[in-house]
Design a protein around this ligand. Sequence first.
Ligand code: FAD
Length: 473
Amino acid sequence: MAKRPESTDRTANERRIFDAGANSPRQVRADLGHVVEPSREIPVFATTDVLVVGGGPAGTTAAVAAARLGADVILAERYNHLGGLSTGGLVIWIDRMSDWNGEHIIRGMAEEILDRLPRDAIYGPPKAEWGSRDTVLSAQWQKRHAAFHGTVTWAPMIDPEWMKLELLRMIREAGVELLLHSWVAGPLVEGGKVTGAVLESKQGRVAVRAKVVVDTTGDGDIFARAGEGFDGDIESDDIHHTANTASLLCGVDNARWLAFMDAEPDAFRDFMRHGREQVGHFVLPFPGWRNDVTVFMGPRFAGFDVLKIDDLTTLETMSRESLVELLNYYRSNAPGFENAWIMLSAPQLGARHSRRLVGLGRMTGVRAKTGAIEPDEIGISPSLSPNLPNVSVPYGALLPRKVDNLLVAGRHISTDAQTHTYMREIPQCWLTGHAAGIAAALSVQAGVAPKDVSIPDLQAALRKQGAHLNDPA
Ligand SMILES: Cc1cc2nc3c(=O)[nH]c(=O)nc-3n(C[C@H](O)[C@H](O)[C@H](O)COP(=O)(O)OP(=O)(O)OC[C@H]3O[C@@H](n4cnc5c(N)ncnc54)[C@H](O)[C@@H]3O)c2cc1C
């Protein structure tokens, strides 16, 4: 398995963190009975071809892709911005989009989004270096989380505010109708078909009718409430199930910090050892896209259920308390952090895993290892290690089993727990969102259910919009 910034080779200290949720006192609520909500008429706010629920990486690409094929599209997002965890969650390190040979394999919408960012809003290895196994280069990029197993990869840091703006522009340019501050409460299901959704807003509860709905909430809010099955099992020795709120620090000097790690290995070892001893939850920062910005994407906490109000509340509290501890230790001990200050704790809590769809298709670790090219391929993901082949992503993983006119994209697609560890990453969510958007538009155009969309047409449209797929056999 690739050594990832969100590393799997944990220290004893980190193991404690993994157990934090399991060991901390959990709120047990008494059964206080029920209330009956009176039935009521809900005004129809809008009708559309495609309703995309959730404006994160998957939802934004789905909405843009569908609109570019001529569909009427509404995108509903509960917060005030687009990008989901990649912006509001301060997950500003975009995982690998090149394979172990340096080939750029997650392209299409992913490539377009990153190309739109101003040059000073993105930082990562230049194209000429992707795939390089030069020891000096890879050591240099490894510290920036853009080289693994001695290979330089395309995995940049981005400025979340520019990302928010460019996503907004893409949505507007594509003609998508955007509904911000709109929390989708559940789907409308009639006769085994999803026909829209009900959302809560300052305006009250309203309905949106749609021919196809795309669930990109990350937590499967729509497919679960439509009665679809889901998995929740985890890889307990991987971080893919942990949760926390990330934070952005300013006033740092990353160059000094990285030079310290390089030039003073003994002092750095001491710094790490003392940190683990003195700080309850100790983690390393990710140097940002500018020299004076860094991000803490941890400490990560295990054992919580990000679908529960009490757990979410506890996670926010633990994340903030542990950040202050970290800040104090870094300020006193880390060269380059003397003047560091907290600019922002993420507006969106970092949920890595909750529900995963039990779909018509399912990505599994066993299947991925074979290197098989799926007949319904919608894209290709890099594998976790140079010993493993690239992974063909099937359309079936986006298709629910029970209800029609619903598609699923993003971190909650149909996978086993092992495959979730990488299919949840931002580029993979761009990839599945892109495919879901095209499939939704084709479904509306052809008047067929998403599961009956022509695969050659889907693949042709994806290629036309710049996606990279294996060559047809
Ligand atoms: C702390 C942390 C660190 C990570 N590190 C990395 C990393 O380094 N690199 C990487 O590539 N990936 C990383 N990931 C994974 C990655 O960020 C996410 O898995 C990815 O953003 C998921 O994209 P998504 O579109 O499926 O969901 P999200 O990004 O969660 O977006 C879902 C969107 O839907 C909205 N929404 C949810 N429910 C509703 C509702 N009911 N109504 C309306 N709107 C709703 C949300 O507000 C959000 O905007 C990390 C994740 C976390 C939490």
